[in-house]
Ligand binder design. Structure first.
Ligand SMILES: Cc1cc2nc3c(=O)[nH]c(=O)nc-3n(C[C@H](O)[C@H](O)[C@H](O)COP(=O)(O)OP(=O)(O)OC[C@H]3O[C@@H](n4cnc5c(N)ncnc54)[C@H](O)[C@@H]3O)c2cc1C
Length: 259
């Protein structure tokens, strides 16, 4: 099976910085890590490759430093890696991001299976996976916890629901978003780790993907962040330093006075 896996590099949450002019995250130069929830689609892709044969290709869209997450994919056992990087991609919302990823997946395909994480820890929308499926016009299954390849080429896919698990028979090509409950990511083998050190990804930009600048990046994004601000905290903090009974009475009085 030819599998694509989408991996996002996200800012280390301890070091978030916003551009006050554009209201977007400052990604260049920021310390960055693989989106923690993307370890699980990557592991699922590697496990499926072991079961069915084929290849795994990792895709990421981001600044040049996003290539680091692709090295990690190669170290884990992916065969190829594609980096989508260009000034014109900057400021993309989920629509423009999923369109750009879909175009690259189409160019390097056809893929039977496309795997994404549930959501990214920065944007946090969980829209990009479903968006890619829409742009490619293929079925999608979200909240996936188990994927079993069948002998007839279909997949038995278990999907987590609030009240239990739904098991679906899925024809490929399809896109799945994988939950952390699906697997326990392993470690790179020494050979793959050494491979990854010198690995250079295929690099794509707007021109090479034949994308119109009007459809990508900030220009191609139908949604815009109007304002981002740290909420003001005007609450007064009152410490009631009394024995429990007196503290309860004082608390009740304070609540009644402030109703
Ligand atoms: C209304 C709105 C406006 C926005 N405007 C801007 C803006 O102006 N400028 C800006 O910089 N950002 C903007 N963003 C954030 C931007 O949309 C996201 O960074 C990006 O589209 C990915 O969405 P997400 O982080 O929510 O990913 P999710 O949808 O939560 O990610 C789900 C999965 O999709 C895959 N995935 C997501 N992104 C990538 C990627 N880049 N490469 C590979 N795989 C990926 C991963 O498998 C991931 O686990 C905006 C978001 C919203 C909701």
């Amino acid at each position: 099976m030819k599998i694509a896996v989408c991996l996002k590099q996200v800012p280390d949450t301890a070091n978030l910085e916003l551009d006050p002019e554009t209201n977007t995250l400052k990604r260049d130069g920021a310390k960055a890590v693989l989106n923690p929830l993307d370890d699980f689609p990557l592991e699922a892709a590697i496990q499926l490759k072991k079961l069915t044969g084929g290849t795994v290709t990792a895709f990421t869209m981001g600044p040049p430093q996003a290539a680091q997450v692709l090295k990690r994919a190669i170290a884990m056992g992916a065969d190829d890696a594609v980096l989508l990087t260009a000034r014109e991609f900057a400021g993309a919302d989920t629509w423009a991001t999923s369109l750009t990823l879909a175009k690259a997946i189409e160019k390097h395909g056809p893929f039977q299976l496309i795997l994404c994480g549930k959501q990214a820890t920065d944007g946090d929308t969980a829209q990009v996976g479903p968006g890619i499926a829409e742009h490619l016009n293929i079925p999608q299954v979200t909240y996936v916890v188990k994927v079993v390849p069948e002998s007839d080429g279909t997949l038995m896919v278990s999907r987590m629901l609030d009240t239990g698990t739904a098991v679906l028979k899925v024809k490929t090509p399809a896109l799945l978003t994988i939950l952390k409950e699906a697997n326990e990511p392993g470690f790179p083998s020494i050979d793959n780790y050494i491979n990854a050190l010198d690995h250079a990804p295929i690099v794509e930009n707007a021109q090479s993907l034949n994308l119109d600048p009007a459809d990508i990046g900030l220009q191609g994004s139908p949604t815009k962040v109007a304002k981002i601000a740290v909420p003001k905290n005007d609450r007064k903090r009152v410490l009631i330093d009394e024995k429990p009974e007196l503290a309860a009475q004082a608390l009740l009085k304070a609540i009644q006075e402030n109703q």
